[in-house]
Design a protein around this ligand. Structure first.
Ligand SMILES: Cc1cc2nc3c(=O)[nH]c(=O)nc-3n(C[C@H](O)[C@H](O)[C@H](O)COP(=O)(O)OP(=O)(O)OC[C@H]3O[C@@H](n4cnc5c(N)ncnc54)[C@H](O)[C@@H]3O)c2cc1C
Length: 343
C-alpha cells in the first residue's frame, strides 16, 4: 500500500499502540517512540466495564465507553488472539446496606440512561463462590475483561507485522520530523505539551495465582462494594487480578502495605476461597487522570494530535480513541470526537 504520510506516535502503551496500529492499517508510515517504563498499561486490571464503572454525572464517559465496548466486540479484535479476552460478563455486588444503596443508585442511573440492568437478590445463584451473606447484585452481560499484558503484546506484534517502527523515546516534539505527531504518553503528556491537565493517580493491584486444590478461578468479573470501598476480581487464565486502590501520591509506584492489606481483606470478604491462592505479585501504577475523568483526544495544531488522559478506562477506550484519531488523520472526525474537548 502506498503511504499516505508519516506519523510519529509518542508512547507505547495501549493507547499509543492502538492509535499506531489503526493508522498503519489506513496506510500511514508509522513510528512509535517509547521508553522502557511500560506505564499504566502493564499494571491495569483489564476490565472493559462501562456499566459497572458507571456513576451519576459521568454520562459522557458512559457513552464513550459503550461505543468503545462495541468496537471491542467487533473490529478491534481483528489481528488479536481471542485468548486476550478472559471474561465475558461482570457481576456487580454489594456487601453492607450502604453498599446496596450505592448499587441501587447506579442501577437507577443506568436505567435513566436507557441501559437498564437486572438487579437480583440472589447473587450467589449467579456466582456460588461469593461469600455467604452477599445477596444483592446485577449482571452486566455485555462487559468483557482482557489480559492487559497480552493485549499490549498482541498490539505490539500486530504493529510489527504492519511495518510500524519502534523507536527510542523523545523529550521534545521538535525532534520529530514526521508529517503528524500524536502525543500518547499517558501521565507524561504535559512534558511534551505544557498545560495539558493530566495528573497521576496511584492504584495498587495484586495478582493471585490459582494453586492445586484451590477453588476454581471465577469465570466472570466480580466487582464489589465492600463497606464503601470498591474492589474487583478479574479472571486470568491462571488466577485473578485484584484491584484497585485510588489515591493521589505523586509519581510513587511502590505498593504500600495499607493498600495491599485493604485489597486482600476486601477480596477475601467477597470470595473467601481466594485466601488459598498464591500472592504472586503486588504492583502499583499511575492512572493518567483529567479533571472531568474524560480523555483528551483531538487536534492541538496542524501537525499535532493528542490521545491521553484516559484515567481508569484506557483499555476500555482504546478502540474508540484509535477511531477518533484515525478520523482526525483522514479528515473525517468522528461525531463522537466532539464530546471530548481538547483543553
Ligand atoms: C491500578 C490500575 C488499574 C487499571 N484498571 C483498568 C481497567 O480495569 N480497565 C481499563 O480500561 N483501564 C484500567 N486502568 C487504566 C489504564 O491502565 C490506563 O488508562 C491506560 O494504561 C493508559 O494508557 P496510555 O497508553 O495512555 O498510558 P501508559 O500505559 O501509561 O503508557 C504511556 C507510555 O508512554 C511512555 N512514555 C512516557 N514519556 C515518553 C516519551 N517522552 N517518549 C516516549 N515514550 C514515553 C511510557 O514509558 C509508557 O510506556 C487501570 C490503571 C491502573 C493504574
Amino acid at each position: 500500500m502506498q503511504s499516505i504520510g508519516s506519523l510519529a506516535v509518542v508512547g507505547g502503551g495501549v493507547i499509543g499502540l492502538s492509535v499506531a496500529r489503526r493508522a498503519a492499517l489506513d496506510g500511514w508510515s508509522v513510528a512509535v517512540h517509547r521508553g522502557k517504563d511500560p506505564g499504566a498499561s502493564w499494571v491495569a486490571g483489564g476490565m472493559l466495564a462501562p456499566h459497572s464503572e458507571g456513576w451519576p454525572r459521568e454520562e459522557r464517559l458512559l457513552r464513550l465507553g459503550l461505543a468503545s465496548l462495541a468496537l471491542w466486540h467487533g473490529d478491534f479484535m481483528d489481528g488479536l488472539p481471542e485468548s486476550v479476552i478472559t471474561a465475558r460478563e461482570s457481576l456487580v455486588v454489594a456487601v453492607d446496606r450502604a453498599d446496596v444503596a450505592d448499587l441501587k443508585t447506579v442501577g437507577e442511573w443506568l436505567a435513566a440512561q436507557g441501559h437498564p440492568v437486572n438487579v437480583t437478590a440472589a447473587a450467589r445463584d449467579v456466582e456460588p463462590l461469593l461469600a455467604q451473606g452477599i445477596r444483592h447484585g446485577f449482571v452486566a452481560e455485555t462487559e468483557l475483561a482482557v489480559d492487559n499484558r497480552a493485549v499490549v503484546e498482541a498490539l505490539d506484534s500486530h504493529c510489527e507485522r504492519l511495518g510500524v517502527l519502534m523507536c527510542p523515546p523523545v523529550d521534545d516534539l521538535a525532534a520529530l520530523d514526521a508529517d503528524v505527531r500524536v502525543i500518547a504518553n499517558g501521565i507524561d503528556a504535559p512534558t511534551l505539551w505544557p498545560g495539558l491537565p493530566i495528573r497521576p493517580v496511584k492504584g495498587e493491584v495484586l495478582r493471585l495465582r490459582w494453586r492445586k486444590g484451590c477453588m476454581p478461578v471465577p469465570q466472570r468479573v466480580i466487582r464489589a462494594r465492600v463497606h464503601g470501598r470498591q474492589v474487583y476480581l478479574v479472571p486470568r487464565r491462571d488466577g485473578v487480578v485484584v484491584g484497585a486502590t485510588q489515591y493521589e501520591h505523586g509519581r510513587d509506584t511502590a505498593p504500600a502495605v495499607t493498600g495491599v492489606r485493604e485489597l486482600l481483606d476486601d477480596a477475601c470478604a467477597v470470595m473467601p476461597a481466594l485466601g488459598e491462592y498464591e500472592l504472586a505479585e503486588c504492583a502499583a501504577g499511575l492512572r493518567p487522570m483529567t479533571p472531568d475523568n474524560l480523555p483528551i483526544v483531538g487536534r492541538l495544531d496542524d501537525r499535532t494530535l493528542v490521545a491521553a488522559g484516559h484515567g481508569r478506562s484506557g483499555f476500555l477506550l482504546a478502540p474508540w480513541t484509535a477511531e477518533a484519531i484515525a478520523g482526525e488523520l483522514n479528515g473525517a472526525p468522528l461525531p463522537e470526537a466532539e464530546l471530548v474537548e481538547v483543553r
